[in-house]
Design a protein around this ligand. Sequence first.
Ligand code: NAD
Length: 273
Amino acid sequence: MVYNILLERELSGTGSDVSDEIGGTDMLKGKVAVVTGGTRGIGYAIVKKYLENGAKVVLFGSRAETVEKALSSLKAENAEWEVAGDYPDLSDAGAVKAAIEKVKDKFGKIDILVNNAGISDSTKIENYAEGQFEKVMKLNVNAIFNAIQPTVAIMREQGGGCILNTSSMVSISGQPGGVAYPTSKFAVNGMTLSLARELGPSNIRVNAVAPGITKTDMVAALPDQMIQPMIAGIPLRRIGEPEDIANAFLFLASDMASYVTGEVLSVDGAMRA
Ligand code: NAD
């Protein structure tokens, strides 16, 4: 299987600590992380940030080619980084469980799970096709549940861990159009707050990051007449960079956030949708 090829090849590095050499801060030294939707955009920035800070990372994408491409580009930046990839169908609970368990088998643990894969939507309600609402919910909500459930079993057994979800600024005030998207992100916040309370006694922290408008393919797909008024409404007067968001994911995954759980951290230049 491509997974095995990718995993075995990519993890056959030296295992040396690289973060000092590349200017990382070692905030995640020795940690093992899984990042869904790690092939591009915000997820890719998180993967890179975690690697720079000493973590070993398995990124999940939707296809073998995009996973390969992301791994090659990361390896081109630093051949010593311990990074592997897989592409389970995130809507298939069994496939996700198997992929998560493979990570545990290879690394012995999972310290950090980042549920970042997501799709956007701007369809007016009357134009929704049959099944379109469910498609957004399936990836943005059900898939997160699918990844969290098997990971929690592993984290409980190892004595703790950290789960992070990508929410959105629209999870606070909604958005005019594409109702499935804000609905899904409200659900992400609900899952985050509830699981923080359920899993706190097992030393598992659960937080979310709510990005504002961020420079990725997802935003490139939006019409210009939707983006320009948004920039004018951002007090910091710029769209966020993927690295702005990755920095928040770094903080929340690190021991610096050891008493932070059940939080949805806005990283949006004070933009309010
Ligand atoms: P992107 O489109 O650049 O990347 C999305 C990622 O999700 C990709 O890695 C892709 O492989 C993965 N993905 C998409 N469909 C998938 C599927 N069916 N199965 C598995 N993986 C799939 O998007 P992005 O802007 O980097 O968004 C990442 C997250 O950030 C999403 O959850 C999104 O809702 C959230 N977000 C983005 C913005 C923004 O302005 N870009 C703002 C708020 C929240």
